[in-house]
Design a protein around this ligand. Structure first.
Ligand code: NAP
Length: 308
């Protein structure tokens, strides 16, 4: 199946995104979802934790009339296996639906046995509550022992021009086990969508200052790469965001490329990436430019430096 863009719904009602922009409102959220539908986006990625349920709620309300023509993914943080189904029922109510297309376990805890949680998800699948099981932010060694507990259908991980570490072992592992892949933060949370140097203009309270890309020991190394990517996009008459997303979509193993947006105009711009085919020689140049970043961070790392 071809790769496809999906709208990330994390920003809807979530403090991470609202703390630095008080103009971002519920009304704007609704306009973003409507813009995505107008642009033909048919996959929506939310989580129980985004905005403490608000994201599921607003997404579900906007999609209820056309539920059968879109796919919805949600996620749960780790919880006791006996309460997984209860959590899914809550998500179903908030999402105004009777099934969820992909349901992810979100952020593993090292050394916790999660087979009971996978078995609980399989029971939810048998009841028709969920259609596919996903793992979010799991490494290959963390997925391996779970393969005998149920069918893992999707794996979601951070992946962008600046963060390709999944290519080292997670992507080959997923390919081997027929696990479909979903990439998040494909715009490096805005870094790839703006001219180089943009991050310096972020207000001090913006949580993106904590991203690993923006740490002083790494950031100067990224600047020439960001500049070159920006120049490539200008040269072929597309925007930085479109270049970043079109490149993600060109990965043959990628099922969904997620992007987040807080403005309808951003959705309009990003969604056009779905019809941009980067010339193979440009893809080669971009690959060569960003390959040195593969080993900049350990494979076990995530862009947030988050330790669950
Ligand atoms: N599984 C996980 O752990 C996990 C983690 C992160 C994300 N995700 C999922 O992936 C989705 C997307 O990731 P993300 O939100 O982290 O990051 P992203 O898609 O890399 O970046 C989103 C941000 O990029 C900026 N942007 C978008 N379009 C733009 C445009 N055309 N021009 C300029 N700037 C633009 C916006 O920033 P401004 O709002 O500042 O303009 C937007 O909020 C999330 O919503 C969520 O569904 C999952």
């Amino acid at each position: 199946m071809n790769s496809e863009l999906g709208l990330g719904c994390w920003a809807f009602g979530d403090e991470y995104w609202s703390s630095s922009d008080s103009t971002y409102s519920h009304r704007e959220t609704v306009r973003v979802i409507r813009a995505a539908l107008r642009a033909g986006i048919a996959h929506f990625d939310t989580a129980q934790g985004y905005g403490n349920g608000v994201s599921e709620q607003v997404t579900g309300q906007q999609l209820r009339q056309i539920r059968r023509s879109v796919s919805i993914a949600s996620k749960t943080y780790l919880r006791p296996a006996s309460t997984v189904e209860q959590g899914i029922e809550k998500s179903l109510r908030r999402l105004c639906t009777d099934y969820i297309d992909i349901f992810y376990l979100h952020w593993p805890k090292p050394s916790q046995d999660l087979r009971p949680q996978i078995e609980a998800l399989e029971r939810a699948r048998q009841k028709g509550y969920i259609r596919a099981i996903g793992l979010s932010n799991f490494s290959a060694p963390q997925i391996q022992p779970l393969l005998s507990a149920g069918q893992i259908d999707y794996c979601q991980f951070g992946y962008s021009l600046l963060w390709r570490t999944a290519e080292l072992s997670l992507v080959p592992f997923c390919r081997k086990h027929n696990i479909r892949m979903v990439s998040y933060s494909s715009l490096a949370q805005g870094l790839l969508a703006h001219p180089p140097g943009w991050a310096e203009s972020l207000p001090p309270e913006d949580p993106r200052h904590r991203l690993l890309f923006l740490q002083p020991e790494v950031s100067p190394r990224l600047q020439p790469i960001l500049q070159q990517l920006w120049d490539y996009s200008r040269k072929i008459g597309i925007t930085g965001a479109q270049l970043a997303l079109a490149w993600n979509l060109s990965r043959p193993w990628n099922r969904y490329t997620l992007f987040g947006a807080r403005r309808p105009s951003q959705v309009e711009e990003c969604s056009q990436a779905g019809s941009i085919h980067l010339p193979p020689e440009l893809i080669e140049k971009i690959d060569a430019l960003t390959t040195p970043l593969l080993h900049l961070w350990p494979e076990s790392e995530n862009i947030f430096g988050h330790r669950p």
